[in-house]
Design a protein around this ligand. Structure first.
Ligand code: SAH
Length: 217
């Protein structure tokens, strides 16, 4: 007997049971989460778990974040569709695809080249034309493509890397899990003419951001 898994139905269920009850309200975010095929971003043997309420391994010691965490971070970015977004930590590419649904252009940097290459293949096969991938140390940002209206860091960091503030446009927003090695809290920073406004949000646990302006190793 053959089982046919209806991934679309699993996505609807994920939104209904994991995101809405926990307070995600942005309709654009909910629709993107209903649309992007998360199972494509995990290994074939994990696809049946792709819509479960947890982070999953993607190899190379790295993880694809829990759907709820992706939704919270995306909602905090306040995307309207016109923005240029920089993501640090491409990983599987799933968060990047969600961003590509909601912003104009996405630039994403991954330090592990096999992951960057794999994510790029997925973006191409799914037909995303507004995502650019680069292998390198994302704590340095992507000066050639700056300024960015939004910056999202999807790895845990002791502080927001200094170069990123310079590459953020006026009225820009940065979201990052800031804290120690094993536990962080989402930090939202809003830049305005002459100051930075900071708010702490949900507690979280991310793999470390390793680079010149993150952790050493
Ligand atoms: N956004 C991803 C989850 C990323 S996990 C997704 O949707 O699947 C964090 C990723 O950050 C890992 O792949 C890790 O290799 C990467 N990373 C860690 N330090 C980095 C750095 N300095 N620059 C770029 N990527 C980094």
């Amino acid at each position: 007997m053959e089982f046919v898994v209806d991934f679309k139905e699993l996505r609807e269920l994920m939104v209904k049971t994991q995101l809405i009850p926990r307070g995600i309200t942005d309709e654009r975010v909910l629709n993107a989460m209903k649309k992007v095929p998360r199972h494509v971003f995990v290994d074939d043997n994990m696809q049946y778990k792709a819509y479960d309420d947890m982070a999953l391994s993607i190899g190379e010691g790295q993880t694809i974040s829990q759907p709820y965490m992706v939704a919270v971070m995306t909602e905090l970015l306040d995307l309207t569709g016109t923005e240029r977004v920089l993501e640090i930590g491409t990983g599987s590419g799933y968060q990047g695809a969600i961003l590509a649904e909601l912003a104009k252009e996405v630039y994403t940097i991954e330090r592990v080249s096999v992951l960057a290459d794999r994510a790029e293949d997925k973006f191409n096969s799914l037909g995303y034309k507004n995502i650019k991938v680069k292998t390198g140390d994302g704590t340095l940002g992507w000066p050639e493509e700056s300024p960015f209206d939004r910056i999202i860091i999807t790895a845990g960091t002791p502080k927001i890397p200094e170069p990123l503030f310079k590459q953020l446009s006026e009225d820009g927003i940065i979201i990052a899990p800031v804290g120690d090695r094993f536990s962080q809290q989402l930090l939202k920073v809003r830049k305005s003419k002459d100051n930075l406004h900071e708010d702490f949000h949900t507690p979280c646990v991310f793999v470390p951001l390793i680079g010149k302006y993150g952790w050493n190793s």
